[in-house]
Design a protein. Structure first.
Length: 195
């Protein structure tokens, strides 16, 4: 899912003979690829989500040239999430302004879950805004330390309080997953609050 253009080039070179010469029609060779451009997120590994569609079009053209079909099968099932989470994701991306550019197909995503999937929980919290700043002298100002009043610490405290409440209600700590965009102030504050 994080295939880079260089890796796609290797795949193209390895499969070039499938579409060349007399053997291209005489031998029924197949290529089977599974991917999800919406999960191609690790740019530091060279991920290029648009390459999925580019390679699909390339292989469709190569297949058509030798009278073969390329079968593109969109896969909508999720093996990780249940109806509440997937329903929330689909709701967020139901408007064209939201899903435009999400994938090369440029269609509204619709996810399906497995019957035994855990239901999950989606909560939408209000944004935590900074409190009014008090005037302080430069020598009293913390350099890079978060204060207890900072939005990051208040959010982390709220997350930890909810996890504590959930575990008291029977949720196992291992069933809770907290995702952050990047390691930084919020990440550190959450770790401290959970401890």
């Amino acid at each position: 899912q994080d295939t880079s253009p260089k890796q796609w080039e290797i795949i193209r070179l390895l499969t070039a003979e499938f579409f060349a010469g007399a053997g291209a029609r005489a031998v029924n060779r197949t290529i089977f690829a599974v991917g999800d451009e919406k999960q191609s997120i690790f740019s530091f590994q060279g991920a290029a989500p648009r390459e999925f569609d580019a390679m699909r079009r390339t292989f469709a053209t190569l297949c058509a040239a030798i009278d073969r079909d390329l079968h593109y099968v969109p896969f909508r099932h999720s093996f990780r999430s249940g109806p509440n989470l997937l329903g929330a994701v689909d709701k967020v991306f139901e408007r064209p302004q939201a899903y435009r550019g999400l994938s090369a197909d440029n269609v509204r995503p619709v996810h399906e879950w497995l019957p035994e999937a855990m239901p999950g929980l989606v909560e939408i919290w209000d944004t935590i805004k900074p409190k009014e700043k008090r005037e302080i002298e430069a020598w009293d100002a913390p350099f890079d330390e978060l204060t207890e009043k900072s939005p990051q610490v208040r959010l982390a405290t709220k997350i930890a309080a909810n996890v504590k409440r959930w575990t008291k209600q029977g949720t196992r700590a291992g069933d809770v997953l907290i995702l952050v965009r990047q390691r930084g102030a919020v990440f550190e504050a959450i770790i401290r609050s959970l401890k």
